[in-house]
Design a protein around this ligand. Structure first.
Ligand SMILES: NC(=O)c1ccc[n+]([C@@H]2O[C@H](COP(=O)([O-])OP(=O)(O)OC[C@H]3O[C@@H](n4cnc5c(N)ncnc54)[C@H](O)[C@@H]3O)[C@@H](O)[C@H]2O)c1
Length: 313
């Protein structure tokens, strides 16, 4: 098949691109390289078009003649969406409408979009199910909820089929450890490998549902081809509630480093507990078992050990 991957130079997008190429598909990546890196695509035979999903003409041009679009491009940061809601809306919401319009006009059969557990806000009714109450508490969560609704509308109107995957907390190779918005797994790993003390905000007992990125890439491909997935919003989670201290202990095992963490005051708006029920995704998309967290962490550590963290993009 001939696929377009927006945000394909980013963390999850590049893992998806590598999978698609391995499976024999033709792939074009659309990315503005704002957080993505060309280096993430090294070794994958994929074309790269540098530009923004917020640019209507650009999207129209690149959606021509493709069989399906994986839409991952976004400003993927809750904190940044708090600081710059308007700029993030332009990419996360208007950019998504541009992608869906480009699909409709070009007769693209299906678009798989990346949503987020952030649509649930701090809903305490755990585990989170597909029909659990949504209530975003950040512009980012609201943007993702709007994208899901646009997806439902486009499917219902017969304009193009849309499937939204609500990712919980994704980790794995190529996740960016740098910058103030970086995620916890690569930050812990680079702190441990660099001989430092990992920083924990709060008491470390806050929980998340961690997913290995290769499972997320496979779920994207399944969502593109599964006949029953059209118009669906699917929670992509494994149902494993893991605290940050548990995660750190597993990483200490994988790296052989056991420093005392540095405890810092809790971050404002940090959700205490989050995990979902993952059976629906497995059943609907016919996914194999989730990669066990220790195995995913070991493979992620291996990646960071091989990589020169300061190498240019
Ligand atoms: N990482 C997670 O745990 C997680 C959880 C839930 C949802 N998501 C969603 O998954 C998707 C991928 O996230 P990620 O973690 O790989 O983040 P990422 O920042 O690594 O990837 C986003 C990619 O989009 C590109 N991009 C940003 N703005 C763009 C624009 N205007 N035009 C074109 N490209 C643009 C970036 O350069 C980057 O390559 C995002 O939609 C994100 O919201 C991620």
């Amino acid at each position: 098949m001939n696929y377009l991957v927006t945000g394909g130079a980013g963390f999850i997008g590049s893992n998806l691109v590598h999978l698609l190429v391995q499976e024999g598909h033709r792939v074009t990546v659309v990315d503005d390289l704002s957080t993505g890196r060309m280096g993430n695509l090294a070794g994958a035979e994929a074309a790269l078009a540098v530009g923004s999903v917020a640019d209507t003409d650009f999207m129209m041009r690149y959606a021509a003649g493709v069989d399906g679009i994986f839409h991952l491009a976004a400003v993927a940061s809750v904190q940044r969406s708090m600081e710059e809601p308007g700029a993030c809306h332009a990419v996360n919401v208007t950019g998504t409408v541009n992608v869906l319009e480009a699909a409709r006009v070009n007769g693209v059969k299906r678009v798989v979009i990346s949503s987020s557990a952030a649509v649930f806000g701090d809903n305490p009714d755990l585990p989170l199910r597909p029909d659990s109450r949504t209530g975003p508490i950040s512009p980012y969560g609201l943007h993702k909820l709007m994208c899901e609704q646009y997806g439902r509308l486009y499917t219902a109107r017969g304009w193009t089929e849309v499937t939204a995957l609500r990712y919980f907390n994704v980790f794995g190779p190529r996740q960016d450890p740098k910058g103030e918005y970086a995620a916890v797994v690569p930050k812990f790993i680079t702190a441990l490998l660099g001989g430092g003390r990992p920083k924990v905000f709060g008491d470390g007992l806050q929980t998340r549902d961690f997913l290995f990125v290769e499972d997320v890439a496979r779920a994207n491909l399944a969502a593109m081809t599964c006949p029953d997935a059209a118009g669906r919003v699917v929670n992509l989670c494994a149902g494993r509630e893991t605290s940050l201290l548990d995660l750190l202990a597993a990483l200490a095992g994988a790296t052989g480093k056991h420093p005392e963490p540095q405890f810092l005051p809790p971050r404002e708006g940090d959700i205490r507990r989050s995990y979902g029920s993952g059976e629906e995704a497995v059943r609907l998309l016919g996914l194999p078992a989730w990669t066990p967290i220790p195995e995913g962490l070991a493979r992620t550590v291996e990646f960071f050990l091989r990589k020169d963290l300061d190498e240019p993009a």
